[in-house]
Design a protein around this ligand. Sequence first.
Ligand SMILES: Nc1nc2c(ncn2[C@@H]2O[C@H](COP(=O)(O)O[C@H]3[C@@H](O)[C@H](n4cnc5c(=O)[nH]c(N)nc54)O[C@@H]3COP(=O)(O)O)[C@@H](O)[C@H]2O)c(=O)[nH]1
Length: 512
Amino acid sequence: MNLHNKFKLNTPTLFRMLVATTILVLIANYTIIKFQAREQIAYIKQILRHSESVSTQIHESLNRVVEANINNCNDSNINRLREILLDYQDVIDVGITHKGKVICTAGWGLFDKSRGYVKEEYSTSDGYIFDGSDNNFHNKKIHVDATIYKTAIAFTSPFAFKKIKEMYPQFDVVISTHKGRHDFLILPGTHHGGAGFAVNNAVHAKICSKTFDLCVLTRNGMVGFLSLDPLHQALVVLICLLLGVFLSWFAYFYLNSRKSFEYRLKKAVQDEQLYLEYQPVVRMNDEKIVGVETLIRWQDKLYGKVSPELFIDVAEKIGVYGQISEFVIKRLTEELSHYLTRNSSFTVSINIGGYEIEHCNYINYLYEQCIQYRIKPSQIKIEITERSTLPHDVIADFSRRARAKGFCVSIDDFGTGTANLIWLTEIDFDEIKIDKFYVKGLQEEYKRNILTCISGLVIGIGAQIVFEGVEDIVELNYLKGHNENAYAQGWFFYKSMNIDELCQKLNAASHD
Ligand SMILES: Nc1nc2c(ncn2[C@@H]2O[C@H](COP(=O)(O)O[C@H]3[C@@H](O)[C@H](n4cnc5c(=O)[nH]c(N)nc54)O[C@@H]3COP(=O)(O)O)[C@@H](O)[C@H]2O)c(=O)[nH]1
C-alpha cells in the first residue's frame, strides 16, 4: 500500500517550480545585497583610513607653514613652501593668505590681486577653516578642497582618491564634516541617480572618524540581482531554475513518502498511537466471561481502521514489530492489572508471532512486567499460532521456557496449519483454540467429523478447548452439546472492545 506516484509535469507542478524558482531568485537577490553591503562596509573603512591620512597631511603641512613663520611672499618663502609641499603627496599646493585672499602658493608663486579669493564656510573648534568658495583658481573643472589654518592654506589633491575610487566606480562617495556642513569631496558613482529599482534599493553606509571632523558616506545605487551584468543574471536564473526544479521534485517525493503506509505506521508506532481492544472469552455452560484476548488496533487518519493482519506483516518488514510487541505487554498490564490482581482466575491472552519466539528476552520482559504489576504469570496465556513457520523444536523450546516461568501456552488457529499432530505431540501447551474455519462449517459433515476428532483428542490430552468465531446460537448449541466445559469466543457473545467498555461489561457481569 504505497502512494508513491510518478512525478508528472502538469500545470500544478509547473506552478510549484515557478514559485520555487521565484523564491530562489529573491533569496539570491537578498544574498547578493548582503554580500554587497559587506563589501561596501569594507570599502568605506578603507576610504576613511585614506581620508584620515589625507587630513593628517593637510594638518601637518599647514602647521609647518605656520610654525615656519612664512608671512610674506618673497622668493625664499615661496621656496620654503615648495620644500614643505614636496613631503605630502596628497597635498597639491600650500600657500599663505592675507585678508581673505590667497597671496602666494608653492605651485603658483605670487598671486594676481584679482584672484585667490577664499570664503570661510565652516571652522572647527581647533581653528581650521574650510573654504567654501566656488571660485576655483586651480582649475574650473576640478574641485580642489582648501583648508586654512591661521595664515596658511593647503589644497587637497583632486587625485588623492583616484585609485581608491577606481576600485568601486559604482559607489557614490561623499566625504564631509560630521554634520555635513562642509563637503570635502563628492565623487558620483556610475549608478548615481539611477531610476526605479536601483534608487529604491540603494544601500547607504556612513562611518565617521574619531580623530578628525570627518565622515565618509557611500551609496550603492544599483544593488542585488539587477546590478549584475546580463550574463551573470542569466546564470543566477539558470541555477535558481535548476534548484527550483530539484526542490519541487524533492518536496513532492518527501510529502508523498509521508503519506506512505510504511511511514505512517512507523510514526504511529513511535508516537504510541496504536491501542488495544479486548475480546471476551466465555465459558460455554454458563456464558460467564473467564478471560479476554488482547487485539492490537491502528486507526489512521488516511488509511482508516487497518487490520492487524495487514499492518503486522508490514511492521515486521520495516523493523518496528518489536516496538509493537513491547507496547502490547506494557499497555495491557497497565490497563488490566487492576482487574487481574483482584480476580486471580481471570486470564488474558496475548497473540505472538515469530519475533517473540526468537527473542529470548520476550519471556523475561513479560515476566518482569507481571511482577511489577503483581499479576500471576498463570493468568497470562501466550497464543502461538499454528500457522507459524518456525521449526517445531524452536517453538517447543519457547513453550517450555514460557511454561517454566508459569505462563500458559495456547495453540491458536488450530487446524489451519500443516502439521497439527506433530504440534500436539512435540509442544507443551495448556489450551487449544480451534479455528473459526471449523466452527463456520458445521453444516458440512466432514467439518463436524474433524471437530469431533479434534475435541476428543484435546479432551484426552487434558487441555482446555476454546472454539473461535462463534457467531450464532446454532453454532453455540452444537458446540455445547459436544463439550460443555469448553470455552468460546465470537461475535455471538462479544466483539472486541476498548478497556472502558470491557470494564463496564465486567462490572455488569459481576453484579449478575
Ligand atoms: N502478533 C500479534 N497478532 C495480533 C495481535 N492482535 C491481533 N493479531 C492478529 O491479527 C489477526 C487479525 O486479528 P483481528 O482483525 O483483530 O481479528 C480477531 C477477531 O476480531 C476475529 N474474530 C473474533 N470473533 C470473530 C467472529 O465471531 N467472527 C469473525 N469473522 N471473526 C472473529 O478473529 C481475530 C482473532 O483471531 P485469533 O488471533 O486467531 O484468535 C489475527 O490473526 C490476530 O491473531 C497482536 O497484538 N500481536
